[in-house]
Design a protein around this ligand. Structure first.
Ligand code: HEC
Length: 231
């Protein structure tokens, strides 16, 4: 079914559910309504079937606006991450983060993130931020209406001091909504809402410090251990 019709149907269903249910209301954060309360990352919209170069062009065109919205959040990282090193070549679709197109950035303390699967523990102060967006294909021929672009959340992992929270591997997981609202952060506002982040990230391979890294085809060319050691 055409995406637009599907979206209208979903929006209407969500409206009806919200009108009657208190439990779903709990998942309305910063004006955002999630279709599936059990999986807040899934709002049932596809990322759009775009080529890498289209994804890249789209990202370049929305980047400034995306950062501006995130910057409204209380997280200082939201306004800083855009200057950090990006570890993927072009935006790629991340199924676990709602099937959105995403980019991975890490600060200089987290430089070892670029070793990818080579065994590593990132030091406290390491921050990895992943921004996201979605291209929603138009129902009509492109000459009539353009595809829509929807901003997505900013996903953040910050390595805290040892003992911060063993249940999250001493990582503080945070999620900032597209409008800058803070959905939740480990041991802070909305702690329960982001527990599912740690539940999944703890399944990363041993020695990978709860990290999964970008898919191999999208990584910037890897650094050898020697190059990393020279830093
Ligand atoms: C169902 C599993 C799953 C859930 C839930 C999940 N993630 Fe991820 N996350 C991944 C995977 C897999 C990757 C690697 C990139 C990719 O394939 O999407 C990743 C990558 C990341 C990265 C880049 C660092 C890395 O591991 O390479 C950040 C930051 C991140 N996730 C934050 C979050 C936050 C914050 C939440 C919760 C709001 C969350 N994730 C929920 C599986 C998950």
């Amino acid at each position: 079914m055409c995406i637009l019709l599907r979206s209208i149907l979903i929006a209407f269903t969500v409206f009806l559910v919200n009108a009657t249910s208190h439990s779903t209301r709990d998942f309305i954060g910063s004006g955002v309504v999630f279709a599936d309360p059990l999986n807040p990352l899934d709002d049932h919209l596809p990322a759009g079937d775009v080529t890498d170069s289209q994804a890249d062009k789209t990202y370049e065109s929305i980047k400034a606006a995306l950062v501006e919205s995130y910057t409204k959040s209380p997280l200082p990282v939201a306004g800083l991450y855009n200057d950090w090193r990006r570890y993927n070549t072009t935006p790629y679709v991340s199924e676990p983060h709602g099937g959105r197109l995403v980019n991975d950035f890490a600060n200089s303390v987290a430089a070892d993130y670029g070793r990818f699967e080579i065994e590593t523990q990132l030091p406290p102060g390491s921050v990895i931020a992943m921004d996201s967006f979605r291209v929603i294909p138009s129902c009509l021929p492109l000459s009539i209406t353009a595809d829509a672009v929807q901003h997505g959340p900013l996903f953040v992992m910050e390595k805290m001091k040892s003992g911060f929270n063993t249940a999250s591997g001493d990582w503080r997981f945070s999620m900032v909504m597209a409008d800058g609202g803070l959905f939740g952060e480990t041991k802070g506002v909305g702690h329960d809402r982001v527990e599912f982040c740690a539940n999944c990230h703890q399944s990363a391979k041993p020695g990978q410090d709860w990290l999964f890294f970008p898919p191999k085809d999208y990584r910037i060319s890897g650094e050898s251990e020697d190059q990393v050691a020279q830093k």
